[in-house]
Design a binder for this molecule. Structure first.
Ligand code: 9D3
Length: 252
């Protein structure tokens, strides 16, 4: 998988791309990540990449020529690729979109800044426009990091275990149960007795109940898509949770 990133702040991406799982995936050749500075493709002597909006108004707009030249350059290096603009106007990112994008061979991220990019660049070159959520960032760079991080861990062979990516929260819709490690007592709080019992059937049941209760309290919206097995439904009924779940599902 090749990730190209077009930005006017290449230094912002340095450490997230050079630590932990992404660093390992790069070293193993599972992903190639190349950062291109749009400013290197500005034509005038001041290397201007932005200008005032026609029609007036606050802020600046990214000029189309440097963006187009930078894009031509990465295409000449790495091939065509799917061009994705990061902007607050994009479709909302999700694990589903991550899975969809992980099937591509080459993604080209254009990081918006200021009040956005010139519409003619968007119309001519952009195939997909993505926002990572309803909050205001200073630009698309951190959004590109979020997206690259979430896609990289889905690629075959990147995580140790073949299926560990898909077992996580958001594959199943339930939130994870609480976790404990040593010491057995910390700040006057004990680890729940059952986790020390070695009885794995009861441990699994305890964790499943904790997961369901947490999800009901914190993210009842997730229960909408959750599918329980026959055994799970029986178990939930025994604990008087199934009716409550059905109620929460109807509320939305
Ligand atoms: C009219 C008000 N503008 C600034 C206060 C709107 C605005 C312009 C540019 C808001 C954010 C930005 C920069 N953000 C992005 O480029 C961006 C983004 C985001 O802000 N939130 C979630 N996902 C993304 S992806 C790119």
């Amino acid at each position: 998988m090749i990730f190209d990133i077009l930005t006017i702040f290449p230094d912002l991406l340095e450490s997230p791309l050079n630590e932990s799982i992404i660093r390992r995936a790069r070293q193993a050749g599972q992903v190639r990540i190349e950062v291109t500075n749009i400013r290197d493709f500005a034509e005038d002597k001041h290397s201007m990449t932005d200008d005032r909006p026609f029609g007036g108004g606050e802020g600046m707009v990214m000029k189309p020529e440097p963006l187009t030249a930078a894009l031509q350059s990465v295409r000449a290096e790495n091939g065509v690729g799917r061009v994705i603009l990061l902007s607050p106007q994009g479709r909302q990112y999700s694990q589903e979109v991550a899975r969809e994008l992980s099937k591509e061979e080459h993604l080209i991220f254009v990081c918006g800044r200021y009040e956005g990019v010139d519409e003619r660049f968007r119309a001519a070159e952009v195939e997909d426009e993505i926002s990572i959520g309803d909050y205001i960032l200073t630009g698309g760079e951190l959004a590109a990091m979020v997206i690259i991080d979430s896609i990289t861990r889905l690629l075959p062979g990147v995580l140790g275990c073949a299926d560990s990516a898909e077992k996580d929260t958001f594959s199943r819709q339930l939130l994870k149960h609480p976790q404990y490690t040593r010491p057995r007592e910390f700040a006057g709080q004990e680890v729940p007795e059952i986790l020390l019992s070695g009885d794995h059937e009861r441990i699994d049941q305890y964790r499943f109940l904790e997961s369901v209760c947490r999800t009901m309290e914190r993210r009842p919206d997730l229960l909408q898509k959750e599918l329980f097995s026959k055994t799970e439904i029986k178990f939930l009924k025994k604990h008087q949770l199934y009716d409550k779940i059905k109620m929460l599902q109807k509320e939305q």
